[in-house]
Design a protein. Structure first.
Length: 92
């Protein structure tokens, strides 16, 4: 692996972290504000559509470039999920 490949995969790792924070952080933010909303189902539906559109677009951009980078991004995405689940679980 060349140094350029290493930097490229490191960027994919960071991008997966950003996508994970966007998706799972957005889910947590939505659920925290859900009880105060007059139409919670609508709020939850729009949040889901926005989060999924952003994440799918982010993964699509990486997948177009390189399959290895896609799997690194996907791995980072789920690592962020595990970290946020543990961190938010302690706060609850």
């Amino acid at each position: 692996m060349t140094p350029i490949d290493f930097v490229y995969l490191l960027g994919a790792l960071l991008w997966g972290g950003v996508l994970g924070l966007f998706h799972f952080g957005g889910l947590w933010w939505t659920l925290r504000r859900l009880p105060a909303k007059p139409r919670p189902k609508l709020w939850l539906g729009f949040s889901f559509i926005a989060r999924m559109a952003g994440v799918l677009l982010g993964f699509w951009v990486v997948l177009r470039e390189d399959l290895r980078a896609f799997f690194v991004t996907l791995g980072a995405f789920f690592i962020v999920r595990i970290i946020l689940t543990r961190k938010i679980g302690r706060m609850g």
